[in-house]
Design a protein. Structure first.
Length: 265
């Protein structure tokens, strides 16, 4: 009986020991699994924290950069706004100036139209006046005379040039009219074409004489060509005039023949 009880206890203790051993192994294995999972989880958490820290650092840098960019853009926007405001003021000023200049331009165009009419009228008068110039003066003025626009033709000169042309002709004509001009010319006489010395007293009258003193005469203005009258009776007076001018004799009064013509004809 005792032996049976001891055997039962032995088997019970063995079963208990085996159960405890099995439980301990399972628990150890469970603890190993939990530790591995915890270690893995910890590593993941550390990596996550590292990534978050890096992202936060990167974000701080980017945010600072964005703030700087925004600040720059705000400054540029402010400058652009000021420039636009200034441009609007300038545009207003320019528009006002443009309107003023446009009004002045209209006035100048009206003045120019009046001047164009006046200059055209003066050119017509000069063209008519030139017809009565003596041949020496006309030759001298021929370049300026050629620049006078012909009626009905397009004018390619400015008003200032046309006015200068008129003034140039009238100035030289006035200088000629204030002086005694001596010219050597060919004159047609009854004896044919002979060389004569002609004294032009301005634009009013002229006297001529040849070298022999046989042919002399007087000239007066006429349209397109002066009228010349030849006669031996003019020779003594013309020679005396020429001698006084050349100071070959003492200055004295000379009773010269005068002829008048109506140049309006």
């Amino acid at each position: 009986m005792d032996i049976q009880m001891n055997i039962g206890r032995f088997f019970l203790w063995a079963a208990f020991t085996a159960a405890v051993t099995a439980f301990t192994a399972v628990a150890a294995e469970a603890r190993a699994i939990d530790l591995e999972e915890a270690t893995s989880t910890l590593k993941q958490w550390v990596e996550t924290e590292r990534i978050i820290s890096r992202e936060r650092t990167d974000w701080e840098v980017e945010r600072s950069t964005l703030r700087d960019i925004i600040s720059v853009y705000e400054d540029e926007l402010k400058q652009l706004t000021e420039m636009i405001a200034q441009a609007e003021e300038d545009t207003t000023a320019v528009d006002a100036r443009r309107a003023e200049l446009s009004e002045r331009l209209d006035d100048l165009r009206e003045i120019q139209a009046v001047m164009r009419e006046q200059i055209a009228a003066e050119e017509a008068r000069v063209r008519e006046l030139v017809r009565f110039f003596p041949e020496p003066l006309r030759k001298e003025l021929q370049p300026l005379i050629n620049r006078i626009p012909r009626p009905g033709r397009e004018v390619d000169m400015g008003l200032a040039q046309r006015m200068q042309n008129i003034v140039g002709i009238l100035t030289q004509a006035d200088n000629f009219n204030r002086a005694v001009t001596i010219e050597t010319e060919l004159r047609e006489t009854d004896a044919g074409s002979i060389a004569v010395t002609t004294m032009y007293f301005g634009l009013g009258i002229a006297y001529f004489i040849d070298g022999s003193g046989e042919h002399a005469g007087i000239g007066v203005p006429a349209a397109d060509n002066w009228q010349w009258t030849t006669g031996p009776e003019y020779a003594p007076v013309v020679q005396q005039l020429l001698d006084v001018y050349r100071r070959n004799i003492l200055a004295t009064y000379v009773n010269t023949p005068i002829e008048t013509t109506d140049i309006r004809r």
